[in-house]
Design a protein around this ligand. Sequence first.
Ligand code: GCU
Length: 673
Amino acid sequence: AEDGYDLWLRYRPLATNDAAALQRDAQSVERRDDTPTLRVAVDEVRRGLAGLSGRASADGTSAHPVVLATGADRDVAALRLPLATLGDEGYLVRSTTFGGRRVTLVTANTDRGVLYGSFAMLRYLQTGGSLASIDLTSTPRVKLRVLNHWDNLDGVVERGYAGQSLWDWWTLPDFRDPRYTDYARANASIGINGTVLNNVNAKAESLTPRYIAKAAALADVFRPYGIKVYLSARFSAPIELGGLKTADPLDPQVAAWWKAKADEIYRAIPDFGGFLVKANSEGQPGPRDYHRSHADGANMLAAAVAPHGGIVMWRAFVYADTDPEDRAKQAYTEFKPLDGKFADNVIVQVKNGAIDFQPREPFHPLFGAMPKTPLMIEFQITKEYLGFATHLAYLGPLFAETLASETMQKPGETVANVVDGVAEGHTLTGMAGVANIGRDRDWAGSTFNQANWYAFGRMAWDPTLAAAPVAREWAAMTFAPTPAIVDPVVGMMMGSREAVVDYMTPLGLAHLMATGHHYGPGPWVADLKRSEWNPVYYHRADKTGIGFDRTKTGSDAVAQYAPALARRLADPATTPERELLWFHHLPWDRRLASGRTVWAEMVHDYDAGVDYVSTMRRQWALLQFSIDAERWTKTATYLAVQEREARWWRDASVAYWMSVNHLPLPPGVAPPA
Ligand code: GCU
């Protein structure tokens, strides 16, 4: 059945002519060396070619083979290909003559590069390319391309909407579910090379011998696919597991405990990636409990893993309920002074925006503000604030919008330049995505959610990629490489995230979701003890106006950006309208570029969001007979849910704003039926 299990690695037969060409140009698959990685690469190419050409895979030697070999191979070396610039993970795929035969050569400096090249070749075929003229080369621009699983040891995934955790801790380490291999294949196909197995809200237990053994079993499965395992570490583990009185990072006993723990982990997992740490955030323990800095904490852990080549990803997602400062400012206030104070094997992980994975946020002011510190960006692939699994929202445009943002710290510098290390010449670079993966048959809770996993991987490989071509690849691979399907599907996807912004949080508003679960509207909520968790904290609407004043007359968060950008954001007239109410508290009747008032524009956006979802439903209906029944029906059902809930968002929000501003509906707007 087409239940979505195959993701974008479906390998269904191509159209007749293309399949025939593939049979002619790829008669067999050979590998020139024997490593676990080359073995899985050959398996994948065989599986892919057999599926795409619609024949049982040929074998042995033949006139037109696909050859997988590293540059160390003598015949490859003789070709004098430009491999030097490919680094450890780049690849080159080319049709060439080799040992007297016409071959498709997949090569690289390492077997991992060959694996990535193999997947790139398959992608090229799946999206309509032909082997006769193949010439592909690519090198990742980012070193750590990592999924963060917020998976608890009891199987519940925090903010997960695709079922239980994939990791069956109960049957590990003995049973290695074949699904773990398919997970690794999917990740390797898009270049992901690391996975943090457990939730950032970590339990110390994940560092006990029995869990280390389970993690080691997963690491064994993932290793041939070039994927390293990391663990989230609970900062107070020396107390909970080690019986120490303190977790003070400057206490020698604490440092020794972590060193021994790291040694123990590396005995089981020699290529263990390192630790991810959420410290002093939302109740988690951390170095601030001992009046030490985040750098003190990170560096202590970094010293424990350094002898083994490990790293520490230290999160900058910090804010405290005791701190009266604008929540959007707290991470910068805490981390900016620590620039240059982190050890070489520490990378600071910063969310894309300063609050929390909203449908739209301006880029985080730390990007470009800590030039001496490697910073990695953290996106959320799971849609905590964007309608969970049911709402269709392609996040490619969100990722690309953030990455393309100009920091204005230096001429032309973008967030992508900070992330890929070009801005400061950092070589430790990374991008993390909070996974949307669970045990559902389709992995991500819906077919279209798979696109967000896909886009994250592709953009982590190359943060300068645009959202539309990535969507085209995904649609061609996931459905079929025909314009009659790809065009309307990509059409739906490209505006889908903006539609969510429109019906949830127009004009730069944020955090208006019902509290706790974050599903559905709740702009009226004002009674939570932690004031910064109340939606009213964010919109600040009253009779006269709406929005959060983050200029000098308010929290002055704009001053955390580069001076030129801060000047621009200080004035509503030069602030992008899509971020207007994030930075400004404005009268309801202020005129915008459209000629409409703020109030009329908001209502216009709510309607536009609802209309977009209705249009997606109609477009999807037209594809009914082009897409298999199971995937079509589930998506159609979800779109109906989304349409109903987009109306709910609009109507509930508009009604609430009217109770605050006492304004009538703008002219021309019909009251909801
Ligand atoms: C959000 C999310 C939490 C999560 C936190 C984090 O606040 O709602 O579930 O733990 O982000 O990123 O640490």
